[in-house]
Design a protein around this ligand. Structure first.
Ligand SMILES: Cc1cc2nc3c(=O)[nH]c(=O)nc-3n(C[C@H](O)[C@H](O)[C@H](O)COP(=O)(O)O)c2cc1C
Length: 381
């Protein structure tokens, strides 16, 4: 029998075991109502679970109402929001995927337009639609870019409240049935803006040197870890580099990863950029396939930590090679899962792991296997 491809080997993290290494990356839908998810989210995320992914991430979920990126972002700042998440988590579990949630505060980038309305700060067109602007917060009174609102610099009391709200949101996520929580420390949102010397000019213990700028990330994560059960894994998403010599660097990321590992983070999810604009769409230059894999690789090697690679990973063999070369432990798929929500099942076929539809949901797999056996319509590779 052919050996199981790396992409389809299970991974045990604390008390959970994933069916494979395919993770659906968190992807904002901008479609929640006052922070509540609805049928859209169930169908959107549910198709990734029935599509064979090992882990399915719910998008950035705000721990405070004012920490939403847009008016359409979901939250867990209120108990009434748990039910929408619970439907997603239970559906994923029933279909063999591990449900995961990304807990977030958008910081300086809160109060943005939904992308299709402009992807910038809210303006009078949004106000006319009923999407009123609100005041963003950050480490220092430094705008994301010209034309963006000036953030209010968080006080120590604000920070204490923020940490408490991360904890409450994690407790609600647990109640909803999620098995993995991820602290969003990337893409220019609040935690990343504290890490980066470009946006953090504080002179108190939450700024200054690397240890000062890492303090908020570590305090939030430590507090979440304290309520997230010992048998469930905790991830941290980082922007491994800011992309400018004065900004956050890969060396800094290795230091951060080691510190996070010591306080109980299990997986470092290695993304990049976003401190001065959109991480996904505001790329200053053309991006190459696997362009962020070197970040996951270095963190894995130097912090000796389990890592997740993300960013322009679109093909099964590409994902398989990353794992086979020990450059990462998990592969996150974002936009390609929007092209093909059944990416994981197709990858299993492409790698020769399942050419007979055995791992497909029985509702479709039985019929497809039978068609394959009884007709010339379909010939396996
Ligand atoms: C529609 C959309 C929404 C996204 N929302 C989030 C998010 O909520 N949190 C996050 O960390 N990254 C978010 N991202 C970034 C993705 O998780 C991923 O890192 C990025 O798309 C690169 O991977 P890809 O090339 O496979 O798409 C989003 C990307 C897209 C396309």
């Amino acid at each position: 029998m052919a050996p199981t491809p790396h992409l389809f080997q299970p991974l045990t993290l604390r008390g959970i075991t994933t069916r494979n290494r395919v993770v659906i990356s968190p992807m904002c839908q901008y479609s929640a109502h006052e922070g509540h998810m609805d049928d859209w989210h169930l169908v959107h995320l549910g198709r990734f679970a029935t599509g064979g992914a090992g882990i399915v991430f719910t998008e950035a979920t705000a721990v405070q109402k004012s920490g939403r990126i847009t008016h359409g972002c979901p939250g867990l700042w209120n108990d009434s929001q748990i039910a929408g998440h619970a439907r997603v988590a239970q559906f994923a579990l029933r279909n063999g995927a591990i449900p995961a949630i990304q807990l977030a505060h958008a910081g300086r980038k809160s109060g943005m337009q939904r992308p299709w309305f402009g992807n910038g700060p809210l303006n009078e067109d949004d106000t006319a639609r009923g999407d009123m602007p609100w005041a963003p917060v950050g480490p220092s009174a430094i705008r994301v870019a010209e034309g963006w609102p000036m953030p209010h610099a968080l006080t120590r009391e604000d920070i204490a409240m923020l940490i408490a709200d991360f904890v409450s949101a994690a407790e609600r996520a647990l109640a909803a049935g999620y098995k993995i929580a991820e602290v969003h420390g990337a893409h220019g949102y609040l935690i990343h803006s504290f890490l980066s010397p470009l946006s953090n000019k504080r002179t108190d213990e939450y700024g200054g040197d690397l240890a000062g700028r890492m303090r908020l990330a570590l305090e939030v994560t430590h507090a979440v870890r304290a309520v997230w059960p010992d048998d469930l894994p905790l991830f941290f998403r980082t922007s491994a580099v800011d992309g400018t010599p004065e900004g956050w660097s890969l060396d800094d990321t290795v230091v951060l990863a080691s510190a996070l590992k010591r306080i109980g983070v299990d997986v470092m999810d290695c993304s990049s950029s976003g401190i001065a604009g959109s991480a996904t769409t505001g790329a200053p230059s053309k991006r190459q396939p696997s362009f962020q894999v070197p970040y996951a690789e270095r963190v894995r090697k130097e912090a000796q930590m389990t890592t997740m690679a993300v960013g322009l990973i679109t093909h099964a063999q590409q994902a398989e090679d990353i794992l086979a070369e020990s450059r990462a432990d998990l592969i996150a798929i974002g936009r390609e899962a929007l092209v093909n929500p059944m990416w994981a099942l197709h990858a299993a076929r492409d790698l020769g792991h399942d050419t007979t539809f055995e791992t497909w949901p029985e509702q479709s797999g039985w019929w497809l296997a039978s068609r394959q056996k009884t007709s010339d319509f379909y010939t396996p590779d």
